[in-house]
Design a protein around this ligand. Structure first.
Ligand SMILES: *Cc1c(COP(=O)(O)O)cnc(C)c1O
Length: 424
């Protein structure tokens, strides 16, 4: 019966057979992911129980948003899940880049230096920092930037990092996920080692982790490994596919307080910021996030194994242990990139009839192609694929609120590659 459904949905018998073959090898991997989801489900529930979440917390507030107990309790739930002193979780934080900019610009002062010991940061942070000159960047405010690249084998350049830390170094930014780079994603334990090293040289350095796409892929988070701040987007993992917008910063009181005052105003800080009705989605999305992240991770592994078998280079490799939900596949040509995206788009519940085309995007240097037919505009926890149009034409694939949708989307991407001339 399901075979006929797939045939009607445009999947050839050959693609179906190949997919089922690949899936046959993945039972143990999937069981391990389910175990992590189970652990994290209990962690989130525990935080909700501890903070006595009740229906009154779902009420909308307007105006200044004073005494918004739903908003404040949600922030406690985040803090207790990430095991931090404090958290700020707001729809007024518009996206991941904004959350990172907020964490950085509120905790750095003129004359301070920001250090990235893990190489070039995510594309959009280049303008935040001023690596690419930009109006309003940290550079314009007199914050300098230093970078130490990873070694060829992906390891940390400890000598380089020691040499780069100086009396001005105030904050270290560590990106957990590879983003649009081809370096490996860092595990929480690797991040913990790096933080311990940085603090052994200069204990007062603030260690911030860009946690985008990493949440709930392990049973611990970077904040369990010494990070002073973990930062991310609610239209990725922790929003569970339901949060309509938003970002979070979990960390020490001091760091979060700085961020709150920068987000709103000195003197007002976290006391203002109406939730405008977003609370039910924030709570329920966070409740779903462990299983949603697990579905997305299954999709990533399935894609890696399938495309690896067809001879494509994939990062991480099909059998690698993974620490985020992103799968990169070197497709080798603009045509295959467009075909892959067409498959993902055609499988989407929304905008399935649309053809993705490369386009200039704010914050990105190259044209970017994006496939997403999402309930929440641009939500990349929903099944989506994107990538900058540059050699080696790597597509970054992520998301899937349900595993079966992810599976179908990946199968359809292969089908469209075959339509574009790829031979099995
Ligand atoms: C997505 C992402 C960002 C930026 O988030 P936006 O919500 O797209 O602004 C930053 N860093 C990493 C690693 C990301 O994956």
């Amino acid at each position: 019966m399901t075979e006929k459904m797939y045939a009607d949905a445009g999947i050839s018998a050959e693609v179906l057979r190949l997919s089922e073959e690949v899936l046959g090898e993945l039972e143990e991997r999937f069981a391990a992911i389910d175990q992590i989801a189970e652990y994290n489900q209990l962690k989130v529930l525990g935080a909700m129980h501890k903070n006595r979440v009740d229906a009154s917390h779902f009420a909308a507030t307007t105006g200044y948003g004073y005494n918004d107990s739903g908003r404040d309790t949600l922030e406690r739930v985040y803090a207790d899940t990430f095991h931090t002193e404090d958290a700020i979780v707001r729809s007024q934080i518009t996206c991941g880049t904004h959350a990172l900019n907020l964490a950085l610009s509120s905790n750095l002062r003129p004359g301070d230096e920001l250090l990235s010991p893990v190489g070039r940061p995510y594309d959009t942070l280049e303008e935040v920092i001023g690596i690419r000159p930009s109006l309003g960047s940290l550079a314009e405010y007199g914050v300098t930037y230093a970078q130490v690249d990873l070694l060829c084998d992906g390891g940390f350049d400890y000598d380089g990092i020691r040499a780069a830390i100086n009396e001005h170094t105030k904050l270290v930014t560590i990106q957990r996920s590879k983003g649009y780079a081809s370096r490996p994603t860092l595990s929480v334990s690797q991040i913990g080692e790096l933080i311990a090293f940085v603090k052994s040289i200069k204990p007062e350095i603030i260690c911030m982790v860009d946690n985008c796409y990493g949440e709930f892929t392990e049973i611990i988070e970077p904040s369990d490994a010494g990070a002073d701040m973990v930062v991310g987007s609610l239209i990725k993992n922790p929003g569970g596919g339901l949060a309509p917008a938003g970002g979070y910063i979990c960390g020490t009181h001091a760091c979060v307080e700085n961020a709150a005052r920068r987000l709103t105003s000195p003197g007002l800080g976290r006391e203002v910021g109406a939730n405008l009705g977003t609370n039910p989605a924030f709570y329920q999305g966070f409740f779903l996030a462990p299983t949603v992240s697990a579905s997305a991770e299954k999709g990533a592994i399935f894609a890696a194994k399938l495309y690896e078998r067809l001879g494509f280079k994939v990062h991480p490799a099909g059998d690698a242990v993974r620490h985020d939900i992103i799968q990169a596949i070197d497709l080798g040509s603009p045509e295959y990139m467009k075909a892959f995206c067409l498959g993902i788009q055609s499988a989407a519940p929304v905008d399935s009839f649309v053809t993705p085309e490369p386009y200039p995007m704010p914050g990105y240097d190259d044209d970017v192609i994006m496939a997403a037919g999402a309930f929440i505009q641009g939500a990349s926890i929903e099944l989506s694929a994107d990538g900058p149009m540059r050699e080696p034409y790597t597509i970054y694939f992520q998301g899937g609120i349900t595993w079966y949708h992810a599976k179908y989307g990946i199968m359809l991407s292969l089908q469209k590659l075959i339509d574009a001339g790829f031979e099995l």
